[in-house]
Design a protein around this ligand. Structure first.
Ligand code: SF4
Length: 367
């Protein structure tokens, strides 16, 4: 009688499960909640298999392209909201830069540098509960200056909760996308913020989408949430059908309630990114804030999972130099997605490509 090692059986069980999850994601079908939980609960011994499997999904839908996004913090600090993870929150004593609205020319100048360095999307962000009408005008002027010098660049706006009609005004001003993260599960939301609700956030993402803005909405992990919370926020996001999903790793600023809270390992970050890739096979998944400090020397592995990242600095903390970001992408065998390559779903002409090779041409067949 052969004797089975129970650990082998468990390993084979996960291998089979991972193969089924991968097959589902490769078809762009919805991977179920339990399967997403299994990815998060997998062991470090399985990590490279998980990355390889999720990497197949990433390559099927995005090849080896990496989209670079650049944040312009238009107004920093002094927010009246109390999001516990945020260095700009009410009562934060984090020693961050604090300033009121920068003018459109200054914002466009930073955007220009980022575009020249490979950024395809500029994210115009301002701290606050939500914009006043005057703020929409400021952003409208900024979009005009940026688009005047770089018409093909994507502009995403992130101004907090939107009031009736504001999403439509931003769309009319030429904004391509609107970012508003759900951050964590509905159940966990009350633990991280008391001044607005999960429902408020979801309503703004929905309003942006119905105004024709490409919805960008993601999560923050490393705040003491459970695996269930992470999967639940992924599933809540999936219901909102975002076009891009930033995955942030908590930057634990001293002077905020979560200061000094370090719970993530590089391996855990990679499993979380793999879970988001399986949950969003053909949607832009962005490795966002905190990648340098949590993934550390394993950052390049994240490129096999996420197809998008921020270039350079974040809103209130510094990222690694842009030059190091570009070198990492090249060294890992990926390529920066060009500004002329339109990949917003509305422009996904790349999904239907007229054949210009093989039969009827002098160009070899695609074999
Ligand atoms: S996340 Fe936004 S709304 Fe919350 S405290 Fe920070 S700037 Fe304010």
């Amino acid at each position: 009688m052969p004797v089975h090692d129970p650990t082998d059986l468990a390993a084979n069980g996960f291998e089979r499960r991972l193969a089924a999850i991968t097959a589902t994601a490769l078809r762009a079908d919805s991977v179920e909640r339990d399967e997403l939980l299994a990815v998060l609960a997998s062991s470090d011994d399985d990590l490279l298999d998980v990355i390889a499997a999720a990497g197949r999904v990433r390559r099927k839908f995005f090849g080896r392209r990496v989209k670079l996004n650049y944040l312009v913090n238009m107004k920093s600090g002094m927010c009246p909201e109390d999001c516990g993870y945020c260095s700009q929150r009410l009562g934060s004593t984090a020693e961050i830069l604090k300033y009121s609205w920068i003018n459109p020319d200054e914002a466009a100048g930073h955007a220009r540098c980022a575009i020249d360095a490979g950024a395809k999307r500029i994210c115009l962000v301002a701290a606050g509960r939500g914009p006043a009408d005057r703020d929409i005008e400021r952003v409208t002027d900024t979009i005009a200056v940026i688009k005047n010098s770089a018409p093909a660049v994507e502009v995403c706006v992130c101004l907090g909760l939107l009031k009736h009609g504001q999403a439509e005004r931003l769309r009319a001003a030429g904004a391509d996308a609107y970012n508003h993260n759900l951050n964590t599960s509905a159940e966990n939301y009350g633990r991280i913020c008391s001044t607005h609700s999960f429902t408020d956030r979801a309503a703004t993402v929905a309003a942006a989408k119905s105004a024709g803005l490409s919805p960008c909405s993601g999560a923050i992990v490393g705040m003491g949430e459970s695996d269930d919370d992470i999967v639940d926020v992924a599933l809540a996001l999936r219901e909102l059908q975002p076009d891009s999903v930033p995955v942030n790793f908590l930057i634990p600023f001293e002077g905020t309630p979560l200061g000094g809270h370090w719970e993530l390992t590089p391996q855990r970050c990679l499993r979380i990114l793999a879970m988001f890739r399986f949950a969003f096979p053909d949607v832009e998944v962005r490795v966002a804030g905190g990648r340098e400090i949590h993934l550390r020397s394993l950052q390049p592995l994240a490129l096999h999972l996420a197809n998008s990242m921020f270039l350079g600095d974040y809103l209130t903390s510094q990222g690694q130099p842009g030059e190091a970001d570009r070198a990492m992408i090249a060294d890992a065998g990926f390529v920066i997605e060009g500004i002329d390559e339109s990949t917003l779903p509305v422009d996904r002409h790349d999904l239907v490509v007229t054949r210009r090779r093989g039969a009827g041409t002098t160009i070899p067949a695609n074999t």
